[in-house]
Design a protein around this ligand. Structure first.
Ligand SMILES: N[C@@H](CCC(=O)N[C@@H](CS)C(=O)NCC(=O)O)C(=O)O
Length: 348
């Protein structure tokens, strides 16, 4: 896409944000190469922001509201449902080629679920005239175009495979279930979050139906919104399903035991060796989310994971873009204080 068209769509996506102050420059470059559409609280966005921070890359940050709200008889759509933003994602989708998402598993991986046209994050690269969707692809792209000062995906084939294996494991964790689902035995999510989750799917579907009505003449947009509705209806169907919730948590417990074994066998500070890598970025984000949800007890008997969490949250990029961002953008969770000892962690 040419730069003028990219700029027009990006400006449209920004214009749909209720508060223009949530669009700002990170770094000192007045016209940065990159623009990121994301949300402070979003796990996938945190991965990308951590990579940008590791590389000290300047960018325009658009911190979007990704929850739709029902206000009286009116629905206020999430900002990432706007036509301009979804058109940007559809453009990025052409590079990926997979089908649209067509159901709900609790996972958000493009690799296993298909492409969701109505999510964050999204990266615009004005220099290359490209739009990149999906956190895994965006992180690998940023690492490739800007390998200094820290290369997060090594060039050596074996090391690269080990890093991408760990990032892939995290990419396929059923985070949707953990955040949106009502666990029958031990739902430790903050009360305010649970309250939101009781109506979140209805708000999403109403908002998406309103977007279809308002854009009925645009077949591509309508198809995108329809795919999203299928996924969200699927989420609603299982959010109170006890077996589904228990099974997701059991699966995560298995992954954590595997992680403990990997860390113990390696004996290195990081998950794929002595160098901090994209695997650590992904685990740092996900382990922080598990702690926020009150699930840090899952590594009570996993000493290598416990040590790893301690090291991850001391890393300035993770401390700022993940831990601090979670505290500032999500309903308060007492479990975050347990993770940080109540202190702001930024070391820089
Ligand atoms: N595979 C995608 C998943 C993106 C995704 O599911 N994003 C979530 C936040 S982490 C989102 O935008 N949720 C809002 C919604 O579904 O409406 C990626 O890694 O970028």
């Amino acid at each position: 896409m040419n730069t003028a068209d990219l700029k027009t769509l990006a400006a449209g996506a920004r214009a749909a944000m209720a508060d223009p102050q949530r669009s700002f420059l990170v770094g000192t470059d007045g016209t940065p190469r990159f623009e990121l559409f994301h949300a402070a609280s979003s796990l996938c966005s945190q991965k990308v922001r951590t990579v940008l921070a590791e590389k000290a890359l300047p960018y325009r940050s658009n911190d979007m509201l990704i929850l739709s709200a029902i206000q009286g008889d009116r629905v206020v759509p999430a900002e990432h449902y706007s036509p301009s933003y979804v058109r940007l994602r559809l453009h990025a989708h052409r590079e990926i080629g997979s089908a649209f998402v067509d159901g709900y598993s609790g996972r958000t991986s493009v690799e296993t679920e298909g492409f969701d046209p109505c999510v964050v994050p999204l990266l615009v690269d004005y220099e290359a005239g490209r739009v990149i969707a999906d956190s895994m692809r965006i992180c690998c792209y940023l690492d490739a175009v800007s390998p200094a000062p820290v290369q997060l995906v090594p060039e050596d084939d074996g090391a690269r495979a080990a890093v991408l294996r760990q990032a892939g494991i995290v990419d396929r964790i059923p985070n949707g279930t953990l955040l949106y689902g009502f666990h029958p035995d031990a739902d430790r999510r903050p009360e305010a979050l649970r309250a939101v989750m009781e109506t979140v799917y209805d708000a999403k579907v109403l908002a998406l139906e309103a977007m279809i009505d308002a854009n009925a003449g645009d077949a591509a947009l309508v198809a995108a919104y329809r795919a999203k509705i299928v996924k969200e209806r699927g989420g609603k169907a299982v959010c109170h399903d006890a077996n589904f919730q228990r099974e997701s948590r059991r699966h995560v417990a298995t992954l954590l035991r595997d992680l403990d074994r990997t860390l113990t066998a390696l004996g290195t500070p990081w998950v794929a060796g002595t160098a901090f890598s994209l695997g650590d970025v992904f685990w740092g984000v996900n382990l922080t989310r598990l702690a926020y949800l009150g699930l840090a007890s899952m590594w009570d008997d996993l000493p290598a994971v416990a040590r790893y969490v301690g090291a991850l949250i001391q890393r300035p990029s993770i401390s700022e873009e993940v831990v601090q961002a979670t505290i500032e953008s999500m309903p308060p969770s007492a479990f975050m204080e347990a993770l940080t000892g109540g202190a702001r962690l930024t070391l820089a």
